[in-house]
Design a protein around this ligand. Structure first.
Ligand SMILES: Cc1ncc(COP(=O)(O)O)c(C=O)c1O
Length: 359
C-alpha cells in the first residue's frame, strides 16, 4: 500500500465544537460539514457529533441527504438554499432549513408543493456582495414570507467578509446592518462563522456556524490554533521512499528549479499534488522527519515531493514524514504555499485513505 494516510482525530473535532459552544453560552450551533466536512469525512464527523451538535450546515441537497441519512432529527441548513425549483420538494421531504437569498428562490419556494413547511433563513447581503438581499428587499420579502403556508420559521442570516481581520471596520458595518433588521419578527438569527465566534461576541445571535475551527485550523493569519484553544483534527503522514546524496550545484525535481549549495542529502516523500499537497508550496516549506523540521526543495510533483535531509543525517528510507500535524499546523504549510488551511484540508484527495481515532 502506498504509504500516505490522513489520520483524523474525532475527539479533537468534538473538543473544538465544545469550544465554539463555550464561546457563546446558551446559543446553538450548526456544525459546518460541507465539502466532505472540509475533507475530514462527513460520515465520520456527523457520527462523532451526533449527540452533541444542534445542527449541521451543508452546501447542497446531495450533502444534506447524506447528513439526513446519518441523523434523523438534526436541523440541517442548506447554506446556499435550493438551486432549482424542484429541490424545494426534496428539501421539505428531508426536513431541511433553507437559505433564501434571491427573489427567484423566494418565488420558487412559494410556488412549490410541499409536504410540510420549510424553515427559511432570509439572507442579508450585509456587505460581502456575494449572496443575499439588500436591507430594503429583505424587508419586502419578509412581508411576503412571514405567515406564508410554505414557511415554518422565518429566520435571518448573513455572512462576514472580513471576520478573519480582527477589529475590522467592515465587520463592524456588517454587524450594524444586521442589527438594523432586528425590528422584524424573526424566529432565529445567525451571523457568526468561526472567526466571529472566536472574536465578535456581539455577532453570536441565536445560531453559530462554526466551520474551520471544528477541524482545528485557524481562520486568522495572526492567531494560531494553540492560542485559540483548538486541537488540530487531521495529520497527513507519508514516508521517505528514497534517499540520495547530491553534490553542490546538482538540481532536484522537475525543471531543476532548486540547486544544492552544499553537499546535500535529498529525501523523496510519498505525497504529491494529486494527493492535495499544494504544488505551489515554495522551497523551504517545512515538513517533519524524525521530529525535526526539514525543508521542501524542488517542485512538488504529482505523487512525490523532495526534502533536504542534510541536517538530519540519521533519516532513512521508511521513516515517517509529517506533512502537517499538531506540531506543524496546516495553516503554516498553507501560508508557505500562498493559500489557507481551508483549501489544503478540503483538497486532500479521495485517494488518500482516512484513518479515524477517538483520542
Ligand atoms: C455561509 C457560511 N457560514 C459559515 C461558514 C463557516 O465558515 P468558517 O469555516 O470560516 O467557520 C461558511 C464557510 O464557508 C459559510 O459559507
Amino acid at each position: 500500500m502506498r504509504p500516505l494516510v490522513a489520520t483524523i482525530d474525532l475527539s479533537a473535532i468534538a473538543h473544538n465544537y465544545a469550544v465554539a459552544k463555550r464561546c457563546a453560552p446558551g446559543r446553538q450551533a450548526f456544525a459546518v460539514v460541507k465539502a466532505n466536512a472540509y475533507g475530514h469525512g462527513v460520515r465520520e464527523v456527523v457520527t462523532a457529533l451526533h449527540d452533541v451538535a444542534d445542527g449541521f450546515a451543508v452546501a447542497s441537497l446531495e450533502e444534506a441527504a447524506e447528513v439526513r441519512a446519518l441523523h434523523g432529527e438534526a436541523r440541517i441548513l442548506l447554506l446556499e438554499g435550493c438551486f432549482a425549483a424542484d429541490e424545494y420538494q426534496f428539501a421539505a421531504q428531508l426536513g431541511l432549513d433553507v437559505v433564501v437569498h434571491t427573489a427567484l428562490q423566494a418565488q420558487q419556494l412559494l410556488a412549490a408543493t410541499l409536504r410540510r413547511p420549510l424553515a427559511v433563513w432570509l439572507k442579508l447581503d450585509s456587505g460581502m456582495h456575494r449572496l443575499g438581499f439588500n436591507a430594503a428587499a429583505l424587508r419586502d420579502w419578509f412581508g411576503h414570507l412571514h405567515g406564508a403556508a410554505h414557511v415554518g420559521e422565518l429566520n435571518l442570516l448573513s455572512h462576514f467578509a472580513c471576520a478573519d481581520e480582527r477589529g475590522s471596520d467592515v465587520s463592524e458595518g456588517q454587524l450594524e446592518q444586521f442589527l438594523e433588521l432586528l425590528d422584524l419578527d424573526f424566529a432565529q438569527r445567525s451571523l457568526a462563522n468561526s472567526a466571529a465566534i472566536l472574536t465578535i461576541p456581539a455577532a453570536h445571535m441565536d445560531w453559530l456556524r462554526p466551520g474551520i475551527m471544528l477541524y482545528g485550523a485557524t481562520p486568522f493569519a495572526d492567531l494560531g490554533v494553540e492560542e485559540l484553544g483548538l486541537r488540530p483534527a487531521m495529520s497527513l503522514t507519508a514516508q521517505l521512499i528514497a534517499c540520495r546524496d547530491i553534490d553542490v550545484g546538482d538540481a532536484v525535481g522537475y525543471g531543476g528549479t532548486w540547486r544544492a549549495t552544499r553537499p546535500s542529502r535529498i529525501g523523496t516523500v510519498s505525497c504529491g499534488y494529486a494527493d492535495g499537497y499544494p504544488r505551489h508550496a515554495s522551497a523551504g516549506t517545512p515538513v517533519i522527519v524524525r521530529g525535526q523540521r526539514v525543508a521542501l526543495v524542488g517542485r512538488v510533483s504529482m505523487d512525490m515531493l523532495t526534502v533536504d535531509l542534510t541536517d538530519v543525517p540519521e533519516a532513512t528510507e521508511g521513516d515517517a514524514v509529517e506533512l502537517w500535524e499538531a506540531q506543524l499546523p496546516v495553516d503554516e504549510v498553507a501560508q508557505a504555499a500562498g493559500t489557507i488551511g481551508y483549501e489544503l484540508l478540503s483538497k486532500v484527495t479521495a485517494r488518500v485513505p482516512r484513518r479515524y481515532r477517538t483520542g
